[in-house]
Write a protein that binds this ligand. Structure first.
Ligand code: BF8
Length: 619
């Protein structure tokens, strides 16, 4: 058991699942083994019905598919399709939030008033939208329309691209990878990877980069910025995390998925006095709303809502036997949840028309009467409390406090209003550099181990860590999001953290909020008059598994930041593609990928890279 996770709460629930005869992701992985070697190498093609084809990686069998596609073409096409799926997911999430702002400005979504007018006006100005003598509703309408236009095929490049240094923009323009409409790039990926279109691996990967950039500097940044406008820009906030946040005597509701449109309003709905009264009538002392995965990050950043756990803990939350409802919308929700829930009393409630789950109850969420639907969902959870079977309940006691909420605005305010203190700390070497640690869990690797060992090594070496997604949740569970964690950092980083009263690992939000990290990177480069690729920065996804992570890694590298993957991507079937990604890209976009499964060795790679960049900058 202990080989599956380093997290005590997880290990306890794994034992309980075994005793309860519940099958989990780890069991299903074991049933899949050995996994398909062709798939692992990326040399299996199902893009047309002359196939499926597979190329023999050892050179003994066929070296081409029926159409003549080589391993280079097949691997590149598969990679580009993964990027397209990942970019589409983030971007469709962004579109959803932008549509809510539009509906709000039109007066059709009364439960979503603009919460951050300062940010609304700042964004309007960035887009050249007039703000003087206009109501916030008028401004919001034009901002929403402008942002929604970014998805189509308007002329020119995406507007957020203007945040990057001119040098970076020139590189993209020269390569022809400056992203145009967000939807257009995804569609073009699907077109180019159809049989008999783009068969040149270099050309395919360049389109993959352009599509990923339309995510990082398009869909994701839209999701972040508009969420801040609608739900508030995060500020440092405290709370607690891990499965121990579930309460034995309360109605426990877990919000799992991605869009704050759902989770934010549910947090408010659960505070309604009549629902609290209903919970008390059922014998519960209150309603405990907790987050999970990235929507958990959204509500934790804005409301300090307890966070039940990260990706591999979603089934385990149900295994506690103490969850009345797991409410889900989109992305990273295991299809197995209704099956696990069937062993307990938990109701799985799906809400998005885009994501239905056989075996779940579907309560369609509607932004036009959001509060009404949210209250209905909370009531369904409350009513389920009396079905809880006390003999099946076992909540692990493990929980940890965290400090989160480091938006760009919050970081600037912690720094006293300007980036200068951070730049000075980097120049003096107190902080050697910054590494963004992001991404998922993956049952093929010991849960949370790579995140924690990697991050611990970095802070020891005076590298400031900024984290999002399930990586950030892992950091939270081990106390790395507390200012006190600075005691384990190197002297320089510790002194900076103590002076500013911040943790050595800054929680910057959900996966779409990697756009916040990119905005900071671009701002630092602009302040120093250099390109992003000149900075002592690195990115890492130690335990990634999703196609969204493939898109993220690709836009981070394409933006000029060295990125380390801790789990092996399915590209090794093409030497040319693997070489392009891990070395050739340096001469093209000024950054490459590295793959390193050992977190300590990965940290060493990051530290060496940072030293190299510092030297080149004369630091
Ligand atoms: O949205 S929830 S498993 S994909 S890291 Fe990874 Fe976690 Fe999913 Fe990014 Ni966030």
């Amino acid at each position: 058991m202990s080989e599956k996770s380093i997290d005590q709460a997880t290990l306890k629930m794994l034992s309980k699942a075994k005793a309860d005869n519940v099958s989990l992701a780890w069991d299903r992985l074991a049933a899949q083994e050995p996994q398909c070697g062709f798939g692992q190498l990326g040399v299996c093609c199902r893009n047309c019905n002359m196939g499926p084809c597979r190329v023999d990686p050892f050179g003994d069998g066929p070296s081409e598919g029926v159409c003549g596609a080589t391993a280079d073409t097949i691997v590149a096409r598969n990679l580009v399709r993964a990027i397209a799926a990942g970019a589409a997911s983030h971007s469709d999430h962004g579109r959803g939030i932008a549509s809510t702002l539009y509906a709000s400005a039109k007066g059709h979504a009364p439960d979503y008033p603009v919460k951050d007018e300062v940010k609304l006006k700042a964004l309007a100005k960035e887009f050249g939208i007039a703000v003087e003598d206009r109501t916030s509703q008028e401004i919001a309408l034009e901002v929403a329309e402008t942002v929604l236009d970014e998805f189509g095929t308007r002329k020119g490049s995406l507007q957020f691209v203007n945040r990057v240094p001119l040098k970076r923009k020139e590189i993209w323009d020269k390569l022809g990878i400056t992203p145009r409409g967000i939807d257009r790039e995804v569609v073009e990926c699907m077109h180019r990877t159809h049989i008999g279109v783009d068969n040149d691996y270099v050309s395919l990967i360049l389109q993959g980069m352009r599509t990923a950039l339309s995510d990082g500097w398009g869909g994701s940044i839209v999701a972040t910025e508009i969420s801040d406008i609608l739900f508030g820009t995060p500020q440092p906030i405290k709370g607690s995390c891990n499965l121990g946040v579930l309460q034995a005597d309360q109605v426990n509701i877990i919000l799992h998925g991605h869009e704050p449109t759902l989770s934010d309003i549910l947090v408010h709905a659960a505070r309604a006095p009549e629902l609290l009264a209903a919970a008390k009538e059922k014998g519960a002392s209150g309603i405990n709303v907790c987050g999970m995965c990235c929507t958990g990050n959204e509500i934790l950043m804005r409301h300090g809502v307890p966070l039940a756990g990260n990706f591999l803990q979603q089934e385990l939350a149900i295994v506690t036997g103490a969850v009345e409802a797991m409410v889900v919308d989109i992305q990273c929700i295991m299809p197995s949840l209704p099956q696990v829930a069937a062993c307990y009393h938990t109701k799985v409630i799906s809400t998005s028309p885009k994501a239905k789950f056989p075996g779940a109850e579907h309560i369609p969420f509607d932004e036009h009467n959001a509060m009404e639907v949210a209250e209905k969902i909370v009531l369904a959870a409350v009513e389920n409390f009396s079905n809880r079977r006390p003999e099946r309940v076992n909540i692990p006691s493990d929980r940890m406090d965290y400090m989160a909420g480091f938006s760009v605005e919050a970081i600037l305010s912690a720094l006293g209003g300007s980036l200068d203190p951070l730049l000075n700390a980097i120049k003096s070497g107190a902080i050697k550099g910054i590494v963004g640690v992001v991404g998922c869990n993956n049952p093929k690797y010991k849960h949370d181990q790579s995140h924690i060992n990697f991050v611990n090594e970095l802070i020891k070496n005076n590298v400031l860590v900024v984290a999002t997604g399930c990586a950030a949740i892992a950091c939270g569970k081990y106390g790395l999001l507390l200012p006190e964690a600075a005691k384990n950092a190197g002297d320089g980083l510790r002194a900076v953290c103590e002076a500013l009263k911040i943790p050595p690992v800054l929680h910057m939000g959900s996966c779409v909020d990697i756009s916040r990290i990119m905005t900071v990177a671009a701002a630092i480069a602009n302040a120093l008059g250099v390109d992003i690729s000149d900075l002592p920065l690195a990115g890492a996804a130690p335990e990634w598994m999703s196609e969204k992570a493939v898109s993220i890694g690709t836009y981070v590298v394409s933006s000029g930041i060295f990125t380390i993957l801790g789990t092996v991507p399915p590209v090794l079937g093409s030497k040319n593609v693997a070489e392009l990604l891990t070395s050739g890209a340096e001469g093209v976009v000024g950054a490459v990928f590295a793959v390193e499964e050992d977190p300590v060795a990965a940290a060493d790679l990051a530290v060496k890279h940072i030293e190299k960049k510092r030297l080149a900058l004369g630091l």
